[in-house]
Design a binder for this molecule. Structure first.
Ligand code: BES
Ligand code: MG
Ligand code: ZN
Length: 495
């Protein structure tokens, strides 16, 4: 696909299609866009006759011929003007483009309608990025069909009075590349993406984008006495890897921001084994680490002026004669004894040691931790919304602010300390599972304990990292959710 920014006086819509966004109970004018009067006239006729009401996401297609040349038009509803936001704007265009694809039209004009109260550059960039991501496919294990498809050209009609910053298309493309990278890692099956493979991927990315990757094997992990991480890892034939990524965009003595991502390349549940259907998508349990990697790539690519160090404790949760068992008592890197009452609550164990390691060895002074941690977050917030748990509200506020510009949804769950009682053990300092009630909160309490006095926010992306069926903006599978939110958070800091 190809993108052109086009001028008003270059427009020739014949044998192409034009997408016109419209608000409810408003006629189309597009004065400044200089779109041919015939298109405007017919569009308004459809609106007047209520063939098209411009409801949010509504699509209406028509065409007409002048001197044997056909002009195709897709009207797309934006809903009520006062309700417009980035997501509605973007999904409306994507719906129109999906329609254009079914019509097999490869020359698409998009009237990037400006109106008050929007950041035009952000809106246009988001639409372009979403168009690129709409084309995302994970088909490397499918026989490639060799019928060459015609390349689609997207002509972005910019309003001359509205500002877009430099390299608009390029910025959108880079973002799409980094989100796709995360999707690819999540979609990659566990037999092709072991902890060692994830480590190699990290090394490759580090080289390509310009940051440091240091990979540690099980000997080092043992030496560091990361007993919680090792307990989870030991039942797998594929050895664990500790992956450390360092990006230096600021001075050496400046603050180091920490990222921690869950890197379970497969989660069978262990002896507290998952039922068949729950196990099916568990190759995606490294979503946190994939998100962190995508974000590191984007941060480094855009040379943000911050220091960010990411730590990933990658392994598989499997069953074997030497696997950890319910009832075991294990000791984490920070010497906490943990009674295992459920081997499927393994993520928090790997994260506990990754967090301790980040603070003690990498000297990070705050941590954003992302993990596909609980099924309970899907029950609480569904597939669209990431659950945040922290006692440092400013971390939540800053991430929430970033999320508003990236189509990532974030909501805070209570950091309710009384539920620490659910993590009490009779025989050890802690037990790893707090049971079914408030499962996402007890998981968050467990993980964030290990940061001690270092500010930390836990983001449970079990719902958002993976789309079970796909939706307007995602194919079924890895979503790349939160990559851009993390990037934007650091961009805001580095200003
Ligand atoms: N990887 C799962 C969480 C998960 C569930 C991710 C569904 C994506 C979709 C995690 O390791 C897990 O199994 N959590 C348990 C915790 C429980 C034993 C306290 C869960 O959610 O059931
Ligand atoms: Mg995977
Ligand atoms: Zn699990």
């Amino acid at each position: 696909m190809k993108f052109n920014l086009v001028q008003n006086n270059e427009l020739n819509f014949s044998d192409g299609i034009i997408v016109l966004p419209c608000f409810e109970s408003e006629m189309v004018s597009f004065k400044k866009l200089d779109i041919s009067s015939k298109i405007i006239e017919l569009s308004n006729k459809m609106l007047k006759e209520e063939k098209f009401k411009a409801k949010k996401g509504e699509i209406y297609f028509f065409n007409f011929a002048v001197e044997n040349k056909i002009t195709n038009v897709i009207l797309v509803g934006l809903g009520k003007k006062e309700d417009i936001n980035l997501k509605i704007y973007t999904t409306s265009f994507i719906k129109a483009i999906k329609k254009a694809n079914t019509l097999n039209i490869h020359n698409i004009f998009l009237a990037m309608r400006p109106f008050d109260s929007i950041d035009y550059d952000l809106y246009v960039k988001t639409v372009i990025r979403s168009i690129i991501l709409n084309d995302y496919k994970f088909d490397k294990y499918k026989k490639q069909e060799d019928d060459k498809k015609e390349e689609t050209i997207f002509n972005i009609i910019l309003n001359e009075n509205c500002e877009v910053k430099e390299n608009l298309i390029q910025r959108a493309e880079i973002e799409a590349t980094c989100v796709s990278y995360t999707r690819n890692l999540v979609n990659e099956p566990a037999n092709f993406l072991t902890p060692q493979d994830l480590a190699s991927e990290a090394e490759k990315s580090a080289k390509e984008y310009g940051y440091e990757a240091i990979i540690f094997d099980e000997k080092y992990i043992e030496q560091k006495q990361m007993g919680a991480f090792l307990s989870v890892a030991k039942g797998s034939a594929n050895p664990p890897r500790l992956i450390v990524l360092r990006y230096k965009g600021a001075n050496d003595d400046d603050k180091i921001y920490g990222l921690v991502g869950k890197g379970l390349c497969y989660d069978s549940g262990g002896y507290s084994i998952k039922p068949t259907s729950s196990m099916l998508d568990m190759k995606s349990d490294m979503g946190g680490s994939a998100t962190v990697l995508g974000a590191m790539n984007l941060i480094a690519k855009n040379k943000l002026k911050v220091n960010v160090t990411a730590v990933i404790a990658s392994c598989e949760n499997m069953i074997a004669g030497n696997a950890y068992k319910p009832g075991d008592i294990i000791q984490s890197m920070d010497k906490t004894f943990i009674e295992i009452n459920n081997t499927d609550a393994e993520g928090r164990l790997t994260l506990a040691d990754a967090i301790t390691y980040s603070i003690e060895e990498e000297k990070v002074s705050q941590i954003i931790e992302l993990s596909t941690l609980t099924g309970a977050v899907l029950i609480a917030l569904g597939e669209d919304i990431t659950g945040a748990i922290t006692k440092y509200d400013y971390l939540y506020e800053d991430l929430k602010k970033a999320s508003k510009e990236t189509l990532d949804e974030l909501w805070q769950l209570p950091y309710y300390e009384d539920y620490n009682s659910l993590l009490k053990s009779n025989v050890a300092d802690l037990q790893n599972s707090g049971g079914r009630y408030a499962g996402s909160i007890t998981a968050g309490l467990f993980v964030t304990k290990f940061a001690k006095d270092t500010p930390i926010i836990h983001l449970d992306i079990a719902g958002t990292a993976w789309s079970e069926k796909g939706d307007t903006l995602h194919k079924k599978g890895g979503t790349g959710n939160s990559v851009l939110m993390l990037y934007k958070y650091f961009e805001n800091l580095s200003k």
